[in-house]
Design a protein around this ligand. Structure first.
Ligand SMILES: Cc1cn([C@H]2C[C@H](O)[C@@H](COP(=O)(O)OP(=O)(O)O[C@H]3O[C@@H](C)C(=O)[C@@H](O)[C@H]3O)O2)c(=O)[nH]c1=O
Length: 182
């Protein structure tokens, strides 16, 4: 397993070691001891799995406020996504900035999204399946979002006419967002 640093402190791309042979491949998609050795001390308590049928589906931008803020370990098991994180740490020099990475069934890359970031993705294939681990349980009361096309963020999404949930259509702009991480 290899970790790749990103422009944001605390956000890492993780590349598992893939053992290919004539049958296909085997990989450890998560190994607690390796994570601990790398200094990642999360205890993941929930696994999530989503299917997005159409390419051009955006889910996001989502985060949970404290005391249920979540670290997420995101990967794709079918298709591909343009994965985005936005720095929401108010004291950060990169507050309000975003970055993207392609996660796909074929590149098997994972993104570690720490507390303090909003997360969202746009599917770039049909029938895309994303799975991710989180280190706090889902809390509908503390679930928050920021509008995907907030002009202040100016995210360069692969589509300008995404398929969205009703919820994701109604999120506030960053300037009005309720952000609380302790
Ligand atoms: C996130 C979540 C949702 N739900 C329920 C609430 C709702 O009825 C249904 C669909 O929820 P959502 O529309 O929020 O699902 P979705 O838009 O896929 O939300 C996800 O988006 C990506 C980008 C993330 O980063 C995730 O953390 C999560 O916020 O599933 C749970 O039961 N547990 C959960 O952990």
């Amino acid at each position: 397993m290899r970790t790749v640093e990103t422009p944001f402190a605390g956000v890492y791309i993780i590349e598992p070691q893939v053992h290919g042979d004539q049958r296909g491949f085997f990989m450890e998609s998560y190994n607690n001891r390796t994570f601990q050795q790398l200094g990642f001390n999360h205890t993941f308590v929930q696994d999530n799995h989503s299917l997005s049928i159409e390419a051009g589906t955006i889910r996001g931008l989502h985060y949970q406020n404290s005391p249920m803020a979540q670290t997420k370990l995101v990967r794709v098991i079918a298709g591909a996504i343009y994965d985005v994180v936005v720095d929401l740490r108010k004291t950060s020099s990169t507050f309000g900035q975003w970055m993207s990475v392609i996660l796909s069934e074929s590149n098997k890359r994972q993104l570690l999204v720490p507390v303090g970031f909003a997360h969202g993705f746009c599917t770039i294939t049909s029938n895309t399946q994303v799975i991710y681990k989180v280190d706090e349980l889902y809390s509908p009361q503390l679930d928050r979002g920021i509008l995907w096309n907030d002009p202040e963020l100016n995210i360069d999404w692969p589509t300008s006419i995404p398929i969205l949930s009703d919820k994701d259509n109604m999120h506030p702009l960053l300037k009005d967002a309720d952000i609380y991480f302790d």
